[in-house]
Ligand binder design. Sequence first.
Ligand code: UD1
Ligand code: UDP
Length: 370
Amino acid sequence: MSLIVHIIVAARPNFMKAAPLYRELARRDWCRPVLVHTGQHYDASMSEVFFRDLGLPEPGHHLGIGSGSHAEQTAGVMVAYERLCQRERPDWTVVVGDVNSTMAAALAAKKLLIPVAHLEAGLRSGDRTMPEEINRIVTDAIADVLWTPSPDGDANLLREGVPAAKIERVGNIMIDAFELQRTRIEAAGTPGKMGLAAGAYAVVTLHRPSNVDERDALSAVVETLRAIAQRLSVVFPLHPRTRKQLETFGLFERLKSGTGVVLAEPMGYVEFMSLIRSAACVVTDSGGVQEETTYLGIPCLTLRDTTERPVTVSQGSNRLVKVAELAQAVAQVLNGAWPKGRPIALWDGRTALRAADSLARFAGITPSSG
Ligand code: UD1
Ligand code: UDP
């Protein structure tokens, strides 16, 4: 017996979650994993580079959806994925994370009675102005199997009425991705190649609408980063949304001309993690980067009012910071007054293994048939 398992990938943060699970499922003889790329992210630096970096094969299917409004993107994925499922009916659909494609593929599959597993289930920021929060709530309400990274995920789901039998705490798959690439990351030498000394620079990644879609908010970020860059180099690989907004608001040159500001293209995974692991600190609004910095013990300053990853604050090296507090927070980091954090249970590089075992149980695979 070989079950077809679609793994949906769409946007940058999906690839490092899908890769370890794809690899693990491909080793099981009861299962044939197939990558389905929705095309939400399409620039080579936001998609293709991760296939090379993470050892992913070409997607089995490409839906070619591209950019659009929320409804356009969600509807586009639903229509295209429904057609695909009608042509090649998978036995399971696995969705990861919280992007529009995650929710759209889950909805399309469920309505065709295809069981859905959600990897990274249960995260909640409590902020429904974030599109991702809507995607999380909808996906978790309909998924058949909910794989959580931490106990807060289980608690959120139980509170929303998800039956305990559907929830399995498998840990954080991002750590699997890092451990699988650790040797290459440690050998990559990104800081040296950029002329930076280890521990003497900050890395910035920002792309949330709350930070980049309004002129005043983005302008405050630009001015603050210019000020911080007077003390230590600020390396900022620009997400395409952020680059576009900087240009639209006429802020690009202002940021670029700051002394100590180093703007870069979005980086591949290995190159980027090599930069992160030797940073003095990271300023971000990314979900994944909050987790990666906690795992590596790198001070993380998250420019948001809430986080759906509270363990990175309660146990890790992450703190929520407002833009007006950012320069002060960086000074604290440089004075050594920043929490180091401690290891988090099940963030151990074995999450893909637990998720694959869990899928086998839910799919009714017995050891003799698997
Ligand atoms: C999306 C996800 C977000 C995730 C982020 C990771 C949703 C609602 N948002 O945000 O949760 O944290 O990806 O990076 O699903 N663009 C390009 N090239 C690309 C992709 C996008 O130029 O390859 C530009 C387009 O102008 C596009 C804009 O970026 O309109 C936004 O892209 P989109 O996928 O809608 O949202 P992200 O901001 O990337
Ligand atoms: N990342 C990368 N290159 C970059 C920025 C990010 O490889 O230039 C990786 C990093 O591993 C991060 C992941 O992409 O955890 C997710 O990025 P993003 O911030 O786009 O998405 P989010 O986690 O906020 O949904």
